[in-house]
Design a protein around this ligand. Structure first.
Ligand code: AMP
Length: 571
């Protein structure tokens, strides 16, 4: 069963997760320098989108990939871009151009290219709005192989004559639907007109609205279409599993995992991570927090793995932190919980992982931690598996305390029902000369509680709000960049005042970019935007208003700190 499929009807020759011999990065024909980087980063095997996209893209083919964040799409195009760089690169002008919607993504993608391309000496420069232009000019002048840019800034630099696109052999449009949603359509067209016709064009997008498809038809030549997660697992395959997800920021993930584990108290759990490094780091963090966690990854010898499995089966360890490769074929009877530390890169991986619990009529639990940007992949998984995944609030400190007291109460009850308590009678009797029996009981409960549950954790984990998915709107919304007025979608919205306007050079795309880059919202969640001379007004979902205000205050608009608050005129 394939979890990627080509929509143009070609059959895929690539292996899927269930194939006997797994596909390695070396099988994809990547050069040594890239393989070395991937090993260093602890990537054990390509994700489905990488298996599908890397070979044809490395061979120079145009590609239209439908894949969301979390699928490994960045490496799916970054590796072939690097693979195609010539060994000798005497010129200073870029050979590849990657266009992305937000500053945050520009930084992330350029960091990824830099890490993968280190041994190739790849020169990667990110350019985006909000950073002073002179610094970007200097970086470009020093010579560059790959430019990662937001469309507005790329166009600015092009018009100033500082960005030369005459040598570009590959153009990648990443999160193309977001770029259109943010009003970058005209900028993209203008940029694509400037790159040589004899180029490779690659487009990745989570959704494929009609307008984007039309754009792809104009600019891509005979593209190979690749789509992640098309097939639905056959009926009856799904085990009995309670599936929940928690949306948390990257920084809050270790604490959130600890909190969820405390409340769930699994008998034995597997926590899945993406890379070897993540496995090692998380195992160390969990042990530091008092859990008995063991690491399992492809970098370990068979003997080491056997020892780890022995400790899990014998109950000396309660948590196994593992990569998919290492956990393949693993069968642990007493497993009660599967935790996805990240949203898996393919729906089938998800199904495969959670299939390890909920066997033989017992109910299993699957928990997924979702970073705001990856929530679309969660939706894809829900759609493909046909089973709802309930997004819950991370337990609060109060929830945890209540749960711990409940555990202590249960332990005391068990002792009252079963243990021989006679030998403690004298202790209680002497104390009751001085104290009330209730007070003696309270002190005893406190001691028992503290002895079994350890110190209370009082770190509150910040909640991240997600907007419900809007129905996919096909076709053109007909918005220009300068003036946009959109419904803002379902639900309440509020207007925010932002203390920078036309005189500071603010354009709608800057505001949408800053919001989408710094919060869990997407471009399309932002409603009407008004830009006045000295200030701007932006409509955002009411539920996310505080998050947007905090994020914008902490960052900058057009390179400057600005006032951000609810618009007093209306709310
Ligand atoms: P993306 O979907 O491109 O945003 O990637 C999501 C995350 O997966 C990033 O943190 C990547 O570093 C990581 N990643 C991408 N490919 C692999 C792989 N083959 N193995 C492990 N981690 C990966």
């Amino acid at each position: 069963m394939a979890d990627t499929g080509r929509v143009d009807g070609e059959t895929s020759g690539q292996a899927t997760e269930h194939d006997e011999q797994a596909v390695t990065f070396a099988d994809l024909g990547l050069r040594e320098e890239l393989l070395a980087a991937l090993t260093r980063l602890g990537y054990e095997e390509p994700t489905p989108i990488q298996r599908e996209a890397v070979p044809p893209m490395a061979a120079g083919r145009d590609l239209l990939g439908q894949a969301a964040t979390g699928t490994g799409k960045t490496a799916a195009y970054a590796l072939p871009v690097l693979q195609r760089l010539p060994d000798e690169r005497p010129g200073g002008d870029p050979l590849a151009l990657v266009l992305v919607p937000t500053r945050e993504l520009a930084i992330q993608v350029s960091e990824a290219l830099h890490r993968y391309g280190r041994d190739l000496g790849a020169r990667v420069v990110p350019v985006y709005g909000g950073q002073p232009i002179p610094r970007q000019l200097r970086a470009l002048e020093a010579g560059v192989d790959v430019v990662v840019a937001t469309p507005g800034r790329a166009l600015d630099l092009l018009q100033r004559g500082s960005l030369h696109l005459g040598g570009v052999a590959t153009v990648v449009l990443d999160e193309a639907d977001e770029m259109l949603d943010m009003g970058f359509a005209e900028d993209l067209e203008a940029l694509l007109d400037e790159v040589p016709e004899e180029r490779q064009t690659v487009l990745f997008s989570a959704t494929m609205p009609r307008r984007l498809d039309a754009m792809a038809r104009r600019h891509l030549r005979d593209p190979l279409r690749i789509q992640v997660a098309r097939e639905v697992p056959t009926e009856g395959e799904a085990p009995r599993v309670r599936q929940t997800a928690f949306v948390v920021s990257r920084a809050a993930k270790p604490a959130a995992l600890g909190r969820v584990l405390d409340v769930e108290s699994p008998t034995a759990a597997i926590v899945f991570c993406r890379t070897r490094d993540e496995v090692d780091d998380l195992t160390e963090t969990l042990n530091g927090r008092g859990y008995r966690a063991e690491a399992l990854h492809g970098g370990m010898s068979q003997e080491q793995r056997d020892r780890v499995m022995g400790r899990l089966r014998g109950g000396t360890a309660e948590l196994l932190v593992a990569t998919d490769v290492a956990a393949r074929g693993l069968d642990v009877e007493q497993l009660t919980h599967v935790v996805n530390y990240d949203v898996p890169a393919a729906a089938e991986t998800y199904v495969h992982r959670i299939g390890r619990v909920g066997r033989a009529g017992r109910e299993g639990v699957a928990i997924t931690l979702v970073e705001p940007r990856a929530h679309r992949m969660l939706k894809t998984i829900e759609r493909v598996t046909g089973a709802p995944i309930k997004v819950e609030r991370v337990p609060t400190v109060a929830d945890l305390r209540a749960r711990r007291l409940e555990l202590t109460r249960a332990a005391l009850r068990e002792s009252l029902l079963g243990d021989d308590l006679e030998r403690f009678r004298a202790v209680v009797e002497t104390l009751t000369d001085e104290f009330d029996v209730m007070e003696v009981a309270l002190a005893a409960v406190k001691l028992a509680h503290e002895a079994t549950t350890g110190p209370d954790d009082d770190e509150e984990i910040p909640e991240v709000t997600l907007r419900p998915e809007r129905p996919q709107r096909d076709g053109d919304r007909g918005q220009g960049r300068a003036l946009r007025s959109r419904s803002g979608g379902s639900g309440d919205s509020v207007r925010l005042f932002i203390g920078a306007g036309r005189s500071a050079g603010v354009r709608p795309g800057d505001l949408v970019g800053a919001i989408a880059g710094e919060t869990g919202l997407r471009g399309r969640d932002v409603g009407a935007i008004e830009i006045a001379e000295r200030f701007s007004l932006v409509e955002v979902p009411a539920a996310a208003a505080e998050e947007v205000i905090a994020a914008l205050k902490a960052s900058s608009v057009k390179g400057k700190k600005v006032t951000v608050r609810r618009d007093k005129g209306r709310d």
